[in-house]
Design a binder for this molecule. Structure first.
Ligand code: XIL
Length: 341
């Protein structure tokens, strides 16, 4: 096989998140790799409210239009990320005091975007990260102003404008039982109102040893019992220690230059490279086993150098979470998963 997209053609879309430099074509090397390897694209940032809808009465569609055109001209599936999210939220939302006015403005935000991209955005993250770790609803401005009705309403409003788009709920740690049960409860409530949810996006911000393969598999099975598609979104596997694992650790400046938190600044040892390849192989075996339930697997970035994990949750780290290295060369993990076919 010549590429990822060819390898998994019969199984699921193989997607990737594009940063602004790829979309505006200033990073042409990454762009040609994207065209060669992937058949689905997500905008890493430029369709978030603070960028695309910076003022209440004005939109900034230029880059987003380039992004969808890139997808359409290359026969790709185009995923929209994201309509409702508490983070990278346009500041004007917080200036609206009155709850009815807030609700109207949120409806308009959703409908204006869904209309603009009708027929060219194939699927949407309608709501992103609405849950706490214990499965309760996150206390966001949307919950404060609109109550839990904001969830069914967001899906209803999107489907009213673009009934053909596939509508997803997307979140991280979706493999943790408490959060998973909360997500399932929440989606069932939406479905019981006769409003459609087409899919669940499990953000794959994973680690070498977390979550377990059993939890990944069980989660895919549990979500698909809702009658929805499962997408693995935002896949990247950090090879660095997770500060949250340290007893009492705080994410602080103190870690920025510590070797404990940033051990592979110069080169990734072969042993870790192999661990990463095996980890990718193991999770792709599960994806392939459940190919009938999985619609898409999207990587969060093209190459290691561009990954947000070099800056999160600690700034200035050197991470190696993707399939292509800083020179855009395929890593052992790439050959590992292609080798499964
Ligand atoms: C991240 C981007 O990758 C970064 O460039 C940006 O600075 C912050 O957001 N969950 C999501 C994504 O749904 O939108 C986030 O993307 C990563 C976590």
């Amino acid at each position: 096989v010549k590429s990822l997209k060819e390898a998994f053609e019969k199984d699921f879309y193989i997607g990737v998140a594009l940063n602004g430099r790829i979309i505006d074509q200033s990073d042409s090397a990454s762009l040609s790799l994207v065209k060669r390897e992937f058949n689905s694209i997500t905008a890493e940032n430029i369709m978030k409210s603070s960028i695309i809808h910076p003022q209440r009465d004005s939109f900034n569609f230029e880059l987003a239009d380039k992004f969808v055109a890139l997808g359409k001209n290359n026969g790709m599936h185009v995923h929209g990320h994201t309509l409702i999210w508490h983070s990278q939220l346009s500041p004007w939302f917080a200036t609206i005091e009155d709850s009815l006015e807030f609700k109207d403005a949120t409806e308009k935000h959703i409908k204006d975007l869904a209309l603009h991209f009708k027929g060219v955005v194939d699927s949407w993250d309608v709501v992103n990260e609405a849950l706490n770790e214990d499965g309760t609803l996150r206390n966001s401005i949307f919950l404060e102003k609109m109550g839990d009705e904001y969830l069914p309403l967001a899906f209803k409003w999107t489907s009213e404008v673009d009934p053909n788009a596939k509508l997803f709920y997307n979140d991280y740690n979706m493999t943790n039982p408490d959060k998973r049960h909360g997500a399932i409860r929440m989606i069932k409530k939406i479905q019981e109102k006769g409003i459609k949810v087409d899919g669940v996006g499990m953000q794959g911000h994973w680690h070498l040893d977390y979550p377990s393969l059993e939890e990944i598999e069980e989660s895919i099975l549990e979500y698909s019992k809702l009658g929805v598609q499962v997408a693995i979104t935002e896949l990247d596997i950090s090879v660095l220690p997770n500060p949250w694992d340290l007893e009492g650790a705080e994410i602080s400046q103190n870690f920025e230059n510590s070797e404990e938190m940033n051990p592979y600044t110069k080169v990734l040892p072969d042993s870790i490279q192999t661990k990463l390849a095996n980890r990718y192989k193991d999770i792709f075996k599960i994806f392939l086993k459940h190919r009938d339930k999985i619609s898409r697997v999207t990587f969060w970035g093209v190459n290691d150098g561009q990954s947000w994990l070099n800056g999160f949750p600690i700034r200035g780290r050197t991470n190696y979470p993707l399939l292509f290295d800083r020179e855009l060369k395929p890593k052992p993990a790439y050959y590992g998963i292609i080798g499964l076919k």
